[in-house]
Ligand binder design. Sequence first.
Ligand code: ADP
Ligand code: ADP
Ligand code: MG
Length: 454
Amino acid sequence: MFRRVLVANRGEIAQRIIRACRELGIETVAVYSEADADAIYLRQADETICIGPAQGGRSYLNIPAIISAAEIADVEAIVPGYGFLAENAHFAEVCQSCNIAFVGPDPETIEAVGNKANARAMAVRAGVPVVPGSDGPVESEAQALEVAKEIGYPVMIKASAGGGGRGIRIASNDPSLINGYHAAKSEAEVAFKDDTVYLEKFVENPRHVEIQILGDRDGKVIHLGERDCSVQRRRQKLIEEAPSPAITPEQRKRMGDAAVALARESNYHNAGTVEFILDPGGNFYFIEVNARIQVEHTVTELVTGVDLIQQQLLLASGERLELDQDDVRLKGHAVECRINAEDPDRDFQPSPGTIELFVPPGGPGVRVDSHCYSGYRIPPNYDSMIGKLLVSRPNRRQAIATMLRALDEFVIVGPRTTIPIHRRILTHSDFRAGEHDTGFVERYFSAPHPRITS
Ligand code: ADP
Ligand code: ADP
Ligand code: MG
């Protein structure tokens, strides 16, 4: 196992990684930007190094600065968390060439699955069902029209390099497809420096269900069940839960087997997620692989009892996966609400600034993963997550009751937060019945945001 690692991230996930390391007896070196100099988790790290000014590009995304810090601090590994450099194959390669372990999959795997059109092709090879769509990238208007004719409207135009809910458009006829095709390409070029796009059938009223996987260097791969992330706004997750209220044990097994098959096909080591959408008829289709730990890994931890960050560290250090598929038992029900400093009444505008008073909820069944405290100033430079509020209870009904109680208890004075919208979602009859799909939030709680290009 590693003796000393560098944490190449900030906020709640930096704190989460430091906690995991301390329990394993691993020393931590935390890097920070000038905007994060007062972060509380810096006090829990064994060493801290300032790597640059607030702008991400000059600090948390600055590869030379991070590698220099790693060399100076003499660490054996770098833990990237999510966002920033977590899915950057080049960074993983630089780590390798400097003899520093990257806590994630191999650069070749990140590269292969990071291109979403390529990941689709791998899924097909692994016998995993994919959404009907183009075979690989779409190279011209004419080809886009041809594919759309074959699969039928509405279709989705997706950036191969896309992520975070961005780089996606919907088209419902030929003219909107032509517009959308060009708009998506230029958007993707600006956002991801790669204008490759592909086409997928737009599945109506789907659920988002994803499988957590773990793989070791001997090729052993297991899955830890699913997370249901159907509560989304603009294709970004707001609430996640495990298990999914929408699938049967048989479907879980089939989706789990499919995720494992794809992981084998891509030579996957470490923790990862295979995302699917589930249509109202119960058919599931692969959409993408996230080659990193995800924000919502926590709900899986609560229902399986497995510490996923510790597993990442163990696997990256070359240890074998001790868990067998049969050891994975799902217990109870877990729900996570992402608490963001955003104003749900003003189209979720970011609401950074000082948190005057911060009193997190507690009591039976509650977990709060947050780096915030009273007096903490949320910098405007990064995403607006204040923290994740989680509950785990014997069943879904009880979990929702505990979550509502915990949301009521949560005191955050200063910035606007997403707490009120969570309360409204959790009391809605469709959510309570477990019958919501990915369109649920926009349908009931916000102004329509169709993103249809016409
Ligand atoms: P998930 O939420 O399923 O883990 P997302 O694709 O929504 O996956 O992204 C995970 C997190 O990574 C987001 O919450 C966001 O904070 C962060 N993130 C995504 N893209 C970037 C980026 N380009 N730069 C910095 N952070 C990012
Ligand atoms: P990202 O890389 O931005 O996370 P995804 O491909 O995972 O992009 O898609 C983001 C979200 O968009 C999904 O969680 C789902 O809600 C929706 N989505 C993706 N593909 C489809 C599809 N073919 N039909 C309907 N909805 C989809
Ligand atoms: Mg996704």
